[in-house]
Write a protein that binds this ligand. Structure first.
Ligand SMILES: Nc1ncnc2c1ncn2[C@@H]1O[C@H](COP(=O)(O)OP(=O)(O)O)[C@@H](O)[C@H]1O
Ligand SMILES: [Mg+2]
Ligand SMILES: [Zn+2]
Length: 367
C-alpha cells in the first residue's frame, strides 16, 4: 500500500487553506484582487510554515484569468495549464544546489522571454541565502529592472544572511510559527478526513511537539498515527514522542517551585512507568530552565525562543515565579545530569536526587 505523507497530501492549494499566516495571505489576496502585484517578494521564516506553498499559490493566482477571492480558480485555461507540474511559466530553483553565478546568469538570459500561455513567469528561488556573493550580484541586476511579466519570489529560513541590497528590493513577508491551537484544529480536520481516531490531549501534545512548524507537526502525526494504527491515545502518543512535552515540563517546574517533594517523586515515577528515557527527560528540564531564564532576562525573548505565542505566555508566567539564580542552577544541574544519566546504573535514583537537590537548593557535589 502506498502511503502518502500527510504533509504532502495536505499541501494548501488556495490562500484560504493556509493556516496561521493571515497577515500574509490577506495582503496577497488583496493585491491580486486590486491588481497591485509586486515584482519581487521575499518569504522568510522557519521551515514548514508555508513559504513554498504560498509561493506556488501566488504563482498560480497571478496567472489565473478569473481569480476567486484572490486565489486561482482552478477552472480557466491558464489554471489548467499551470496545474501540470513543471509548467514552463513557474520556475522553481533550489539555491542550495544552484548557487553559482552561472546559474543566476542563465536566469537572467531567460527572463527576457515572454510567458507562454500565461500572464507572468514566476521564479521561485528557495533557500536563497545559499547563493554565492557573485550570484547575489547577478540576481540584483535582474531584480533592479525586471521585465513587467516577471515575478521573483525568494524564500529563506535565514534572512540575516541576505545582503541589504537584495532586502531593499523585495516586499518582505515574515512567516510566523503557528500556535498550538491552530495546529490542533488543523490536525483534527485532517484526522477526521483520514478517519483516524484521537482525543483532545493527544492533539495538543502532537501540536506542541511540532514547535510551530506545520510540516513537523504533520510528520509527527504521521508516525504516531501509524504506531497507533489509526486510534491515537495520549499514552501511546507520549510513548512515541519519547521525551516529555513542554506542558509536562511546565507542570514539573510548578512542583519544584512549590518544593513539593512527594509531587516530584511521583512525577518521576510516572515518567519511569511511561518508559521514557531519563537522560532525555533531564535534557528537557535543562532546556526548560533555559527558556524560562530567557523569558525572564531578555527583552527580545519572543525572537530568541521562537515559540508559539500561547506557549510563550505560559513560560513568561512561570518565569516570574523563579529567581534568576535558581534558573541558572537548574540549567547547570540538569545538563550535567543528562550525561551522567546515560552511564549510571541507578538511573532513577540519580534523577530523583538531582531533582530534589536542585529544588531544595543543595549543591549535590558539595554535600
Ligand atoms: N501555513 C500552513 N498552512 C497549512 N499547511 C502548511 C502550512 N505550512 C506548512 N504546511 C504543511 O507543510 C508542508 C510543507 O510546507 P512548505 O510550504 O513547503 O513549508 P516551507 O517552505 O515554509 O518550509 C505543506 O505541504 C503543508 O502540508
Ligand atoms: Mg520551502
Ligand atoms: Zn483560473
Amino acid at each position: 500500500m502506498n502511503h502518502i505523507a500527510l504533509y504532502r497530501k495536505y499541501r494548501p492549494k488556495t490562500f484560504d487553506e493556509v493556516i496561521g499566516q493571515d497577515h500574509i495571505t490577506k495582503t496577497l489576496q488583496n493585491q491580486i484582487m486590486n491588481d497591485q502585484i509586486g515584482h519581487a517578494y521575499l518569504f522568510t521564516g522557519t521551515r514548514g510554515t508555508g513559504k513554498t506553498s504560498v509561493a506556488k499559490i501566488l504563482a498560480r493566482a497571478v496567472n489565473c484569468l478569473s481569480p476567486v477571492n484572490g486565489s486561482a480558480c482552478g477552472e480557466c485555461e491558464n489554471c489548467k495549464r499551470l496545474e501540470q507540474e513543471n509548467d514552463i511559466n513557474i520556475i522553481e530553483i533550489d539555491a542550495a544546489s544552484n548557487n553559482k553565478v552561472d546559474d543566476i546568469r542563465q536566469i537572467r538570459e531567460k527572463v527576457k522571454f515572454m510567458p507562454v500561455g500565461a500572464k507572468y513567469k514566476v521564479y521561485i528561488i528557495d533557500e536563497v541565502h545559499m547563493l554565492s556573493d557573485s550570484a547575489f550580484n547577478a540576481l540584483l541586476k535582474t531584480l533592479e529592472e525586471p521585465p513587467p511579466f516577471i515575478i521573483f519570489i525568494l524564500a529563506t529560513t535565514e534572512v540575516h544572511k541576505l545582503p541589504q541590497t537584495i532586502l531593499s528590493r523585495c516586499v518582505r513577508f515574515d512567516f510566523r510559527l503557528v500556535s498550538v491551537e491552530e495546529l490542533s484544529r488543523h490536525l483534527a480536520k485532517i484526522f477526521d478526513k483520514e478517519k483516524i481516531r484521537y482525543d483532545a490531549d493527544s492533539l495538543k501534545i502532537i501540536a506542541s511537539a511540532g514547535e510551530g512548524s506545520v510540516r513537523d507537526t504533520l510528520s509527527i502525526a504521521d508516525s504516531i498515527a501509524s504506531y497507533c494504527q489509526g486510534d491515537i491515545t495520549k499514552e501511546k502518543t507520549l510513548q512515541v514522542l519519547g521525551s516529555t512535552d513542554n506542558e509536562l515540563s511546565l507542570q514539573f517546574f510548578d512542583k519544584m517551585n512549590e518544593k513539593d517533594v512527594g509531587g516530584v517523586l511521583s512525577y518521576i515515577d510516572e515518567i519511569e512507568k511511561q518508559g521514557k528515557n531519563m537522560a532525555v527527560f533531564a535534557k528537557d528540564l535543562s532546556k526548560h530552565a533555559r527558556n524560562l531564564l530567557v523569558c525572564k532576562s531578555c527583552k527580545n525573548a519572543a525572537e530568541i525562543l521562537n515559540l508559539p505565542d500561547d506557549l510563550l505566555e505560559k513560560y513568561r508566567t512561570q518565569a516570574e515565579k523563579f529567581a534568576e539564580k535558581d534558573l541558572i542552577r537548574y540549567m547547570q544541574v540538569f545538563s550535567g545530569a543528562e550525561s551522567e544519566l546515560r552511564y549510571t546504573l541507578s538511573v532513577r535514583l540519580l534523577l530523583e536526587t538531582t531533582c530534589l537537590n536542585a529544588m531544595l537548593g543543595f549543591d549535590a557535589k558539595k554535600n
